[in-house]
Design a protein around this ligand. Structure first.
Ligand SMILES: Nc1nc2c(c(=O)[nH]1)N[C@H]1C(S)=C(S)[C@@H](COP(=O)(O)OP(=O)(O)OC[C@H]3O[C@@H](n4cnc5c(=O)[nH]c(N)nc54)[C@H](O)[C@@H]3O)O[C@H]1N2
Ligand SMILES: Nc1nc2c(c(=O)[nH]1)N[C@H]1C(S)=C(S)[C@@H](COP(=O)(O)OP(=O)(O)OC[C@H]3O[C@@H](n4cnc5c(=O)[nH]c(N)nc54)[C@H](O)[C@@H]3O)O[C@H]1N2
Ligand code: SF4
Ligand SMILES: [Mo]
Length: 679
């Protein structure tokens, strides 16, 4: 028998630093193997364990096969329905709400990060086509740090992560690439092979910390003070280049007074938990340039998170590391180059002025509940599992009871589909075309449709096109979403002549030979001035002050008052992508998911022993866990996997910054407090 065997180019589309290039082997229409694409210059032919599990993911018996309706909502009583019934029910509801309220404002969407492919903005496009509607803005990952850099430099970090290989020293500051960005190790290790030192600053003794030449354990939320203490030490030793600072830095006089009068090394050491020796070690790293500093998203998940990042950035820049190949600050690196036509297509004039309401992702449910004239009545959720990953779940529960129709598009059942009236089965990345860039590296790649859809699954774009057709069939010209355009039409339009030129290709088909690197023009190591209002690096920022933030880079202590004594940290897990991949037997996770890790003293005070069944609680909720005693966790801190039932315990705080980057302040996930009691 002849076997038909073909290789396709795919991309792992997750909200992950790496955005890996995949080569997929398809035999007789079935995906039988995935491997890393060796032509991808950042991911170099390797995937992580989650990536290698895609053949299980795609054919998982738990994948959603058909549209389903749940009645009554929350009952678990699901019935298969046809696509036409599902789409007609939704379209009739949108039209009925339009007629009831005189606009489409009662219909809205909440979409986030399940698939970051450009064509997944079809969900946004589908609602744009309605004219008036309610949408979402903001970000859960990185916005506080993004604003911090903007106040200091007038732009983002713009460092190519491949350059880290050229550093003489690397500081991993609140980032855990052993879990969250495994491919970066090849660049870190290249630098180490040439003698670079690795220093890790983390509250937890992570697998990344275990790789460091030096590990500094820091009290949560005090990183800004550590940066100030290092700068004070270097300043005291007269090892700052004051001439360089005079020329390129704004606000030095005020900052110098602050260092002199308000920063004490002894006090900083006591508050941060970092010994004086550690402060000196860190100073020596910065004085031997080029030193690369990678600030992770963990540092800024606090209500003073942005201010901390401003402080670390000041340390990087005042020690002249920003201006050396390989050195400088690495944060995120969003290639803001595509037109995103799929969510920005032109509207007919009468729709152009239609009102649109936008809700902050952090407080989506509260803000939705407060909407009047009209209230939110229909909610479309895609690529997001807020009932596992969000904050303020009590408001979500209330919102559900107010909504008349909840539609969730997903590949699997989860905490959010459990609240839906209609669930639509989404295609996997192997069943659709797409185009991808990364928020970390600079490689652009195409994702090919490699296999037929799993049962009746459809891509988010296909769903947007189909629903638009049904709407317009019921009421002509109701939506202006260009439903005629195919995935390839949209991809071709994204690859503008300027982008093709930068990628050194003539047409999109050439991306089928392999991913291409986009060479950012803005990445210059020469000091040519900053795009700030003073043209300098800003220790003092008027923009920050206008937003009621400290104008000056300085440490801002911000202890959230709570009657609960233990700080709850919930960083990312190795074998999950947030709430995804729990279904896969290849990634055996159960143990990690039901643990609460405690310091031995905290356990002893509560009379708790290894494996004890406990309740973790605060005034927001409670959940059952098993005790794991971990001598490397600082006293007063407990660690649990995020999501599932954990997030009901989050305090729902905002970070200090984020408005400039994503229109809303970020999520201070790690400013949450709990108690642990024996069950
Ligand atoms: N395997 C896997 N990889 C992922 C993800 C995933 O879910 N799983 N998610 C992806 C996404 S969306 C994101 S946003 C990124 C996030 O990935 P990272 O940028 O690595 O951020 P976090 O995991 O939140 O936190 C990083 C580290 O900060 C530490 N930390 C916490 N508080 C402090 C503090 O006050 N000071 C210091 N110095 N350190 C602190 C935590 O212990 C943790 O080790 O990962 C991406 N990669
Ligand atoms: N406690 C705590 N909570 C956190 C964090 C933390 O550090 N601590 N981190 C936060 C961070 S950084 C992030 S990024 C968020 C992540 O929050 P979410 O974006 O909600 O994360 P996921 O759990 O990955 O959920 C994505 C959903 O999209 C679905 N999906 C995947 N592909 C597709 C597709 O092609 N189409 C559609 N329609 N759906 C698809 C997946 O099956 C999954 O159900 O979590 C945040 N929550
Ligand atoms: S989850 Fe991240 S590291 Fe793993 S395959 Fe996907 S993009 Fe690559
Ligand atoms: Mo994230």
């Amino acid at each position: 028998m002849n076997t038909d065997r073909q290789i396709f180019h795919n991309v792992c589309p997750r909200n992950c630093y790496e955005t890996c290039g995949i080569l997929s082997t398809v035999e007789n229409g079935k995906l039988i193997k995935v491997e890393g694409n060796p032509k991808h210059g950042y991911t170099h032919g390797r995937l992580c364990a989650k990536g290698y599990a895609y053949t299980e993911y795609v054919y998982s018996p738990q994948r959603l096969k058909y549209p389903l309706r749940q009645f009554p909502r929350g009952s678990g009583n699901w019935q298969r329905i046809s696509w036409s019934e599902a789409l007609e029910t939704i379209a009739l509801k949108i039209i009925e709400l339009h007629d009831r309220y005189g606009s489409n404002l009662a219909s809205g969407y909440d979409k986030y990060s399940g698939n970051l492919g450009i064509l997944h903005y079809a969900t946004e496009g589908m609602f744009r086509g309605l004219g008036s509607h309610t949408k979402i803005h903001g970000d859960l990952c990185l916005s506080a740090g993004g604003d911090a850099l903007n106040y200091n430099r007038g732009q983002g970090a713009l460092c190519d992560p491949e350059d880290m290989a050229k550093a003489k020293g690397i500081v991993l500051w609140g980032v855990n690439p052993a879990r969250t960005a495994v491919h970066q190790w090849s660049f870190i290790n290249r630098a180490r092979d040439k003698g670079a030192k690795l220093l890790v600053i983390d509250t937890l003794f992570t697998p990344t910390a275990a790789q460091g030449d030096i590990y500094l354990q820091i009290q949560p939320g005090t990183d800004g003070l550590l940066a100030m203490a290092v700068l004070k030490y270097i300043w005291q030793e007269s090892r700052l280049d004051l001439d360089f600072i005079q020329r390129h830095v704004h606000g030095w006089e005020a900052f110098e007074s602050y260092l002199r009068d308000e920063v004490s090394l002894e006090e900083a050491s006591a508050i941060t938990g970092v010994p004086l020796e550690g402060i000196k070690d860190l100073a020596e790293m910065y004085l031997e340039s080029p030193c690369a500093t990678w600030v992770g998203f963990g540092v800024q998940r606090y209500s003073n998170g942005g201010q901390s990042v401003r402080g670390i950035d000041a340390l990087v820049t005042l020690t002249k590391n920003q201006h050396q190949q390989g050195g400088g600050l690495y944060y995120y690196n969003w290639l803001d180059i595509f037109p995103f036509n799929i969510k920005n297509f032109p509207l007919p004039p009468e729709q152009e002025k239609a009102p649109v309401r936008s809700l902050n992702i952090i407080h989506f449910a509260q803000e939705a509940l407060a909407l009047k004239d009209p209230p939110l009545k229909l909610l479309w959720l895609a690529s997001h599992n807020p009932f596992s990953q969000g904050q303020n779940l009590q408001h979500w529960r209330k919102l559900v009871s107010q909504l008349e129709l909840i539609v969730v598009v997903d590949l699997f059942m989860n905490e959010t589909t459990a609240q839906a009236d209609i669930v639509l089965p989404a295609a996997s990345p192997f069943e659709e075309y797409d185009l991808h860039s990364s928020y970390w590296h600079q490689w652009i790649a195409i994702n090919q449709k490699a296999i037929p859809p799993f049962y009746e699954a459809r891509s988010d774009l296909e769903i947007a096109r189909n629903l638009t057709q049904v709407l317009n069939g019921l009421r002509p010209d109701f939506s202006s979403f260009p439903w005629q355009l195919s995935a390839l039409d949209w991809i071709k339009a994204e690859l503008t002549p300027e982008i093709l030129k930068q990628l050194e290709i003539d047409n999109w088909e050439e991306l089928l030979q392999g991913p291409r690197k986009y060479k950012l023009k803005g990445v210059s190591r020469e000091v040519q001035g900053y795009p700030t209002e003073t043209g300098k690096f800003q220790l003092m920022s008027r923009g920050a002050k206008e937003n009621q933030l400290p104008a000056l880079v300085r440490f801002k202590e911000q202890r959230i008052e709570s009657p609960y004594p233990l700080r709850l940290l919930t960083p990312q897990s190795l074998l999950r992508l947030h709430s995804q991949y729990r279904e896969l037997s290849w990634l055996n996770l159960e143990q990690e998911m039901d643990a609460v890790e405690l310091n031995p003293q905290d356990a002893e005070q509560r009379n708790l022993k290894e494996k004890d069944h406990v309740i973790v609680l605060n005034d927001r909720g409670s959940c059952f866990r098993r005790v794991e005693i971990n001598p490397y966790i600082p006293q007063g801190v407990v660690v649990m996997a995020q999501g599932d039932t954990t997030n009901q315990l989050l305090a729902g705080q905002n970070t200090d910054m984020g408005i400039h980057t994503t229109g809303a302040r970020g999520a201070a996930f790690y400013d949450s407090w709990v108690e642990v009691k024996k069950k």
